[in-house]
Design a binder for this molecule. Structure first.
Ligand code: OTU
Length: 650
């Protein structure tokens, strides 16, 4: 939109940097800046308009956008243009993601280059490398406590190694996902060190207080994220003689986005990694970006403004780059990270679907889909040009963040049901073969989350220990069933490293002084490449999981109805063990794929006539796309094997 005040300001800024921008071929940059500037100005004004330095800071922001564009390579600029033309490119069913810790997966970045063949064999074409930036040893939170946002951890490699990797990934049509930890820095970051040294400018980069009066006010309403390891949300820094807000670990200092300088620094960092070839940036802990006394300091409306502003800025310089929102919050809140009151995504294009993840584990434990069927309806429709990141397991804990009301509607008591799930996954219930452990137990309110590798949670570890072939089969079927859902549901599936070969819990972290207090390391194992070779040996656990998953991935990529365009309908069946939805494609809603999953350990069936009444399964036979088997529909009931899944071509 054209608006005089902002436009004349923009002209002033461009005049000021005239020498820098002269002869620089900025045509595309100017059109984007012109298109977005009013939005940028307005949001920046909403957040920082009351400050004396408002104009100065806005000048600085535009300079950063311009310099980053000038630094952007011609190849990346071309990619931006191609993606502008084909703007729904990331909604395609072609994408299949994989998340790794670089050190644990391949030792370092050079080693990672040698493992790209493995990823390609599985069908992966989007690689999320979790944070690899410089962090203090022992106080790194797995890379999420960054000391230098522009340098890679020396043990993992160099920026040049990453550049080389980015080029190789592009050759393989594989997307590169990198983290930018926007909410906090390490207490050894240069900003923090200068704050500690007494520099007021840098103390303003954080939430720093002389005494407990403000921290105590905040604490009244702020929950604790790591109650066991890092109780409270503030840490006393003796050197500085002040309290600092540290929502996560005591060495992770929360950045103060009430200061525009912090916002501008972060935009600069995001664009730095975009210019190093990141296709997608994962923005960590976005729910926490704005703190306000009297609130939980999560999901505040200003946090959304910050993200919108980041998006608007990134679109000017690197419009082909997408954002992932890492917001592990209730469905009604998570949906806002795509943007509110909008048709197209205007904050982050992608968001973690933590609700689906947690519901899948609930269905495995209860062997039914009562809560899954109920609570999945609480996830509102996403915006256009937005998609989910669907996952079964990630590097973090599993939180039981379901809505109490949904639990009640599914027929359970919320507190008892959560306790049941916790007991189930931490191996304290007789009915369970899961071998997880409780993470983040909060003795004040009894909350806890779950750590443990996917395979160990799915019973594989216990089954192998007991040498029980049937139980091994059940856990393999569970692993495949869970992945089958995330591959078919709509969104980008994200597979966690090691899960394709059934990696079990690894208790080695207990012997590591830096890791032993954070039991999420039980599922952040060193990739066992020797075991992974067994994927080529028929009949091994590794081969059964890997080949099953690989087949599902190949099949997913062929089914255009699996692209994500809000083209899914949940189907209510009478049988509580079954989870069923239909995916359709095109205006005539064809072709369609009917997905049916059985979470029970026994065969289950559903009424074919019921489905026919919905216009589904009208033919005499139907093909299961997962196995190519033809299923006879001349009987009245369709049976689904124990822990089985159909993708029916209907
Ligand atoms: C994220 O997760 C990362 O994924 C974690 O690995 C980090 O430890 C953390 O941020 C701090 O950087 O607390 O248990 O509700 O929204 O931001 C996982 C918390 C976490 C989440 C999430 C956080």
């Amino acid at each position: 939109m054209y608006e005089q005040v902002s436009h004349s300001l923009l002209n002033d800024i461009l005049t000021e940097i005239e020498a820098e921008i002269k002869d620089k071929n900025l045509q595309y940059f100017y059109t984007r800046l012109g298109a977005n500037f009013y939005a940028i100005y307005s949001l920046f004004h909403q957040l920082y308009g009351h400050r004396d330095d408002f104009k100065l800071q806005l000048h600085q922001l535009v300079k950063i956008l311009t310099r980053s564009y000038i630094a952007r390579s011609e190849d990346l600029r071309q990619l931006d243009l191609a993606r502008e033309k084909n703007h729904n490119w990331f909604l395609s069913q072609q994408w299949v993601g994989y998340a790794i810790y670089c050190r644990e997966f391949s030792g370092n970045l050079k080693g990672l280059d040698k493992r790209l063949g493995y990823l390609q064999e599985l069908g992966i074409n989007m690689l999320h490398i979790m944070p690899i930036l410089d962090c203090p040893k022992g106080k790194s939170d797995g890379g999420y406590a960054v000391r230098d946002f522009r340098n890679i951890n020396a043990e993992i490699g160099t920026v040049e190694d990453l550049d080389a990797l980015a080029v190789n990934l592009k050759k393989r049509d594989t997307l590169l996902v990198l983290d930018v930890v926007v909410n906090h820095t390490s207490d050894e970051h240069a900003w923090a060190l200068q704050a500690i040294a007494g520099d007021k400018k840098y103390q303003d980069y954080y939430y720093v207080f002389d005494d407990r009066s403000m921290p105590d006010l905040y604490e009244e309403t702020m929950p604790e994220v790591f109650p066991e390891n890092a109780p409270g949300n503030f840490t006393w820094n003796a050197e500085m003689g002040k309290w600092v807000m540290t929502v996560f670990n005591d060495y992770q200092w929360d950045l103060n986005y009430q200061n525009p300088a912090v916002f501008i620094e972060m935009v600069d960092i995001i664009l730095y990694w975009a210019n190093h070839g990141a296709d997608i940036i994962r923005l960590d802990a976005v729910a926490f970006l704005w703190k306000k006394i009297g609130s939980t300091c999560q999901n505040e409306r200003e946090a959304h403004w910050i993200l919108q502003l980041m998006k608007d800025c990134c679109q000017v310089t690197a419009p082909g780059v997408l954002f992932i929102a890492e917001a592990i919050v209730a469905p009604i809140e998570v949906i806002k990270y795509f943007g509110e009151d909008a048709i197209n995504a205007k904050e982050c294009e992608i968001a973690y679907n933590a609700t689906l993840m947690a519901l899948l584990w609930e269905a495995v434990a209860t062997k039914n889909a009562l809560l899954l069927n109920r609570a999945i309806r609480s996830i509102p429709d996403k915006l256009e040009r937005a998609t989910w990141l669907n996952y079964v397991r990630c590097h973090d804990d599993i939180g039981l963040g379901f809505d109490d009301n949904d639990i009640r509607l599914a027929g359970y008591d919320p507190a008892l049901h959560r306790q049941f799930l916790l007991n189930y996954y931490t191996g304290q219930s007789a009915s369970s073969t899961a071998k997880g452990i409780a993470f983040g137990t909060n003795i004040k309110n009894g909350d806890a989350r779950i750590a443990g590798s996917l395979a160990s949670l799915a019973g594989l570890e216990a089954a192998i220990e007991q040498n029980d072939a049937d139980a091994i089969q059940r856990s393999i079927d569970t692993i495949l069933l869970l992945h089958g859902v995330i591959l078919a549901f709509g969104g980008i599936p994200l597979i966690y490293y090691g899960d394709a070969i059934g990696t079990l819990n690894d208790r080695a972290y207990l012997k590591d002084e830096y890791k032993k207090n954070d039991n999420r390391w039980i599922h952040r194992q060193i990739m066992n490449w020797q075991r992974s070779e067994l994927r080529n040996e028929k009949g091994t656990v590794e081969q059964r999981i890997f080949s099953g998953l690989k087949k599902m991935i190949v099949t997913r990529k062929e089914i255009t109805a699996f692209a994500d365009h809000n083209n899914r309908e949940l189907i209510a069946l009478d049988n509580p063990h079954l989870f069923c939805f239909v995916r359709f494609d095109g205006a005539g809603r064809y072709p369609r794929v009917l997905v049916i999953c059985n979470f029970d350990h026994a065969e289950q069936s559903c009424d074919i006539d019921g489905l026919r009444k919905l216009g589904l399964l009208s033919h005499a036979v139907v093909k299961n796309l997962l196995s190519d088997d033809i299923i006879d529909l001349s009987t009245s009931m369709l049976s689904i094997p124990p822990l089985g899944m159909y993708w029916l071509d209907t």
